[in-house]
Design a binder for this molecule. Structure first.
Ligand code: LRH
Ligand code: MN
Length: 431
């Protein structure tokens, strides 16, 4: 197998790259057929994998220590959608964008819908925001939103969520993601039970306002911006809320919202087991909510998560309909290149998970053959599926190597010319 860096760049990676791909794919297909897999069926499965892009990840992100803005960054929702459509064009696997309100508030949502139709993209879950005070906002969320002891502030937060649902309905979203920054920094500051009860009460009102074909995703996070207690701190708190709300309330797992060494695939299996796994915010992290590109730090964990998902899908587990979304902040990488890498990593993790011999694994688990059970997973994980994933993209009109194709396309240079540079170090367009 030749390393990608030797292939000519650009969408038309050139016949040489095409030939190299065809040889690699043929070799892999032959090997997989030998192991009892139908290569074309696997390609079709990978083609079926789609992930939503976060509108807030197309501009360079930053930390409290600073932000290094990039060239040609989007400044409007339309420009974010242009970039999203370009990512979809190169991968064939990212047909929807997830909006964040009010960051993506637009005066005319009909215009947004016609732009989306023109660009060939749609809308996934819409995200609320009660973790910032907006200009002119009457009451502050400094000490919480749904958990706030002040009923008027809770009312304001509920009204915001009802507004977000209206925006989502206007663009055809079918889900609302609720992540609350609510929490405390010091023991005694907040009633640990009262705050949770207030959140549940407010969410019940929001849930009641959901259109019948919508879902509500509750997103847990252990800390930040609260540094002592976060009201929806862990999957257990999120599950308690989702179970108290109703069938269309499920839990969203942001991979970065787990303390180091927490077994995320186990949490995924637990939520799948009770039909409460609503979706994901894919990213990766080494320490905290680092929002790094998925598969960049813990690729085996990403594979193990997809193993649980593919198994659940094959078993047609009740309530299995996970919403796959990305949630990242690109501080150093070109945001589009980072998202192209991410989609590729997710496609690869999914493809590897499709290679697990589930029947064999179940046998080894039943017979207590620890080594062979582990080897059955590793056999799939250690298979180089890059030709399979590249073929799936090619059959959807995408690029064999999206990052090289993006660089060859000159898109960033074109956008840099079109879009005046953001002030260096200034706030990203979404803040
Ligand atoms: C919180 C979070 C949440 C989004 C925000 C951009 O850390 O993961 O999902 O609202 O990032
Ligand atoms: Mn998230």
């Amino acid at each position: 197998m030749t390393a990608t860096s030797e292939r000519p760049a650009g969408l038309e990676a050139g016949r040489a790259a095409e030939r190299a791909h065809e040889r690699d794919f043929a070799a892999l297909a032959e090997r997989l057929e030998g192991e009892g897999f139908a290569a074309d069926k696997l390609v079709a499965e990978v083609q079926g994998f789609e992930v939503a892009l976060p509108s807030w990840a197309f501009a360079t992100g930053g930390t409290r220590f600073g932000r290094f803005s990039g060239a040609g960054e989007p400044r409007t929702l339309r420009e974010k959608m242009e970039d999203a459509a370009f990512v979809h064009g190169l991968t064939g696997a990212a047909p929807r964008i997830s909006l964040h309100i009010p960051w993506d508030a637009a005066p005319n949502m009909d215009e947004v819908c016609s732009d989306a139709r023109r660009l060939g993209i749609g809308f996934d879950a819409v995200n609320s925001n009660t973790f910032q005070d907006q200009p002119g906002q009457p009451l502050s969320y400094k000490l919480g939103s749904f958990s706030n002891p002040n009923a008027a502030i809770r009312r304001q937060a509920i009204e915001h969520h009802l507004h977000v649902i209206e925006v989502g309905k206007a663009v055809g979203s079918k889900a609302l993601t609720v992540w609350l920054a609510d929490g405390s920094n010091y023991p005694g500051q907040m009633s640990l039970r009262g705050s949770f009860d207030r959140v549940r009460e407010c969410l019940q009102e929001v849930y009641a306002a959901l259109p019948d074909d919508w879902r509500l995703f509750t997103e847990h996070k252990p800390y930040e911006p609260a540094f002592y207690a976060t009201v929806v701190q862990d999957w257990g708190s999120s599950l308690l809320l989702a179970q108290s709300l109703g069938d269309r309330a499920q839990c969203l797992v942001d991979l970065g919202h787990h303390l180091p060494s927490v077994n995320i695939e186990l949490i995924v299996a637990r939520l799948l087991g009770v039909g409460k796994l609503g979706g994901f915010h894919f990213n990766d992290s080494k320490y905290g909510d680092d929002d790094l590109t998925a598969g960049s730090i813990k690729p085996y964990v990403l594979f193990l998560i997809f193993h649980e998902l593919v198994l659940a899908g094959r078993e047609e587990l009740p309530g299995f309909d996970p919403a796959y979304m990305i949630d990242q902040s690109h501080n150093l990488k070109d945001p589009i290149e980072a998202l192209l890498q991410t989609v590729d990593q997710l496609q690869q993790a999914y493809a590897k998970a499709c290679l697990v011999d589930h029947a064999q694994l179940a046998e080894y688990q039943a017979s207590g053959d620890v080594i062979m059970a582990e080897r059955t997973l590793k056999q799939a994980y250690e298979t180089d599926v890059r030709p399979l994933v590249a073929e799936a993209r090619r059959r959807r009109g995408g690029a064999l190597d999206p990052v090289l194709a993006f660089r060859a396309s000159g898109y960033r240079a074109q956008k840099t010319a079109e879009r005046p540079a953001a002030a260096p170090g200034g706030a990203p367009t979404h803040l």
